[in-house]
Design a protein around this ligand. Sequence first.
Ligand SMILES: *Cc1c(COP(=O)(O)O)cnc(C)c1O
Length: 399
Amino acid sequence: MSNYFKTYPDSEGFFDGYGGAFIPPALEVEMKKIADAYHTISKSHNFIQELRSIRKHYQGRPTPVYYCSRLSEKYGGRIYLKREDLNHTGAHKLNHCMGEALLAKHLGKKKLIAETGAGQHGVALATAAAYFGLECEIHMGEVDIKKQHPNVVRMKILGAEIVPVTKGLKTLKEAVDSAFEAYLKDPENTIYCIGSVVGPHPFPMMVRDFQRVVGIEAREQYLEMTGELPDHVVACVGGGSNAIGIFSAFLEDDECQIHGVEPAGRSLDLGDHAATMKFGSPGVIHGFKCYMLKDEQGEPAPVYSVASGLDYPGVGPEHSMLKDTEAVNYDIINDEDAIDAFYELSRLEGIIPAIESAHAVAYALKLAKAHPQKSILVNLSGRGDKDIDYVVETYGLPD
Ligand SMILES: *Cc1c(COP(=O)(O)O)cnc(C)c1O
C-alpha cells in the first residue's frame, strides 16, 4: 500500500481498469499535454511553494478538526468534523480549483471553463480565476441555476460568465457535456477545470492530488487531539473529490473503516436517486470508465438528489476501484435523513452544513447509534448557506 500513489493511477490513468481516457483524438492530444505538464510542473519547487502559500494565506488552511460534544452526547459515539466548510468560499472545492488555476497560469492559458452543479465548483473556480487574473466561463443547468440562486450571483460578482444549459434534465450531467464542447472550441487558450475526481485522465489524478491536503491535515490533527486514529472515516460521494481527499490519508490504516455515502434521493427507483456504486454497473461516461447508473439503452440514467452536488450518474474511477477491492464501504442516505441531519447539526452544534455534507453527517449519526463506543471522523465538505432558502421552503422548519 505504501506505493499506492505511485501505482494508482497507472501511466494511462487507470485504477484497476477504471478511469483512462475514452475521448476523441483531438481531446486526447490536449489531455496528454495537460498530463505531461502536470507531471513536470507539480513537482517543481515554485509550484509547490506557491500552492502552499495560497493554502495558508488565502484559503485559510489548515481547516480545523472539531469535536461535536452535543451531537455525540445525543447520538453516542465520538463524532468529529473536518471543517472544510471553513475553507475559503465555503467548501473543499477551492483546494482543487486553486491547483487547477495555478497549473493553467503555468501553461499560459487565458480562460478557465467548467461545469457546476450546486454552484460550489463554479464559485470556487470563479474565485481562483479572479485571484490569478484569468477569464472564467461556467456552464450550469437551468434547474440548478434556479435552485442555487445565491451561488449564481456570487459567480457573477466574481466576474464569471454563466452559460445556462437547457438540454436534457438541465442539471450537472448536461452541464459537463456543454463545458466539454466549449473547451474543445479553443483548447489553445482555455483549460477545462473539472469539478471532481471524474473525467478523462489526468483529471481524476490531479484533483485527487490537490484534495489530498484534506486527509493529510485531518489525520495529523486527529492524532494530535486524541492520540489515536478514528475508528470510522465518513464522507459524501458525488464525483468523489472531498471523499478521496480525506480517504487517501487513511487507506493504509487497517484499524480505520472508511465509508463513502451516496444519495438515495426520494426512492430507490431508477431516476429517483444517484447511488451510483450501490445500483450501477461499469460503463463509460464523460470520457472515463467507472460505476455508472444506466438506462435501458446503457446510456447515463437520469439521476436525482436533494443535493445538487451529488446528482451525477457516474463516480470517480478511484472510488470504483476502492469499491471492488472493498477498501471502502459505500452506502446510501436518502433526502429525508440528510435533511434531518442538516437541522440536527445546525441546532446542536451551530454549524449549518451543505446538504451534500449532511448526507455524511446522517450516516455518522447512524454509525454512532449502532456503535456508541466508536469514534467517527466526518469530512464536512461544505457550509449550507447556499441551501437555506431551498431547505426551509421545501421542508419547513422543525419544531
Ligand atoms: C460539490 C460538492 C460535493 C460533491 O462533490 P465531490 O466531488 O463528491 O466531493 C460535496 N459537498 C459539497 C459541499 C460540494 O460542494
